[in-house]
Design a protein around this ligand. Sequence first.
Ligand code: ADP
Ligand code: MG
Length: 321
Amino acid sequence: MIEFKKVSMQFSDECYAVQSVDLEIQKGEFFVLIGPSGSGKTTTLKMINRLISSTEGEIYIKGQKISEYDMYELRWDIGYVLQQIALFPHMTIEENIAVVPELKQWSRNETNQRVDELMLMVGLDPAMYRHRKPAELSGGQQQRVGVARALAADPEIVLMDEPFSALDPLTREKLQDDLLDLQRRIQKTIVFVTHDMQEAMKLGDRICVMNEGKVVQIGRPEELVQHPANAFVQEFVSGAARHVGHQAFELEILAQPIAHEALLPYEAVSADAPLDEVLSQLAKHEELAVEKNGERIGLVNRQAVIQYLADSPKERGESHE
Ligand code: ADP
Ligand code: MG
């Protein structure tokens, strides 16, 4: 669907913002770009809709070079959601969502219907919010409008640049959950930028780890945990672990109780082991016996721990939206 072939981008002669990136993003895939600040994520994203041009290499969408597409159509046909809630303040929610349909000269009727449909899709009651201004909505609601706007003309590709990172953790998690639900229904190709590994693991079908303009590793979440390409990736993965670590990670609750004898063949890990130790053990073994007070109490598998990391932190009641 989207292909990068040896793509580089230099803002100045001295250094590369993005260097020799090769990527292939599949149709319908939720593809996450992650890396520290300045690693080239935004530049990579913006090259897809030609907000930035590559200085070397080629990007293809559906097998065609993006330089061969009409630039404006390419931009309209690719949804784009930013971190800074970029709604037009003087326009109503309805008008904000209808920007691209209007550029495309849809009929009034068609546009109205689409606005209703989209607002429902992202969980905003059209009757209540249609005619409000952005300032009358919470941050989370504004970001929902941002998502609706990006989906307005039914693009096949949606680019999202840290869309939830300005939101409080509760709202953010709610939006992540809703985006996952939405993606299951509408099956867009999503390229999503974040610097948060936990978010990446929760959302991504595959994760591309970037550092200093280069791709360090691309893989499914469990592959990054299982086979981090180097210390940098490992550090990122265990960064997600540390994030969970301070809320008392309990291996015990993840362990499946099975008969004691059946546990004997497995490598053991202590129920009180810190999460990064558990992860490094799970990188080597798909399953581990959990030991408490010197006794084996159950079996834990890698998938369960990854799922736990992606879902945590939990228990916090209602969203503040
Ligand atoms: P990220 O999104 O991962 O934080 P960026 O893609 O924004 O990273 O930036 C990658 C590199 O390119 C950084 O070193 C940044 O300073 C540089 N850069 C980004 N935008 C510009 C610009 N408009 N002019 C010059 N340098 C830039
Ligand atoms: Mg950025």
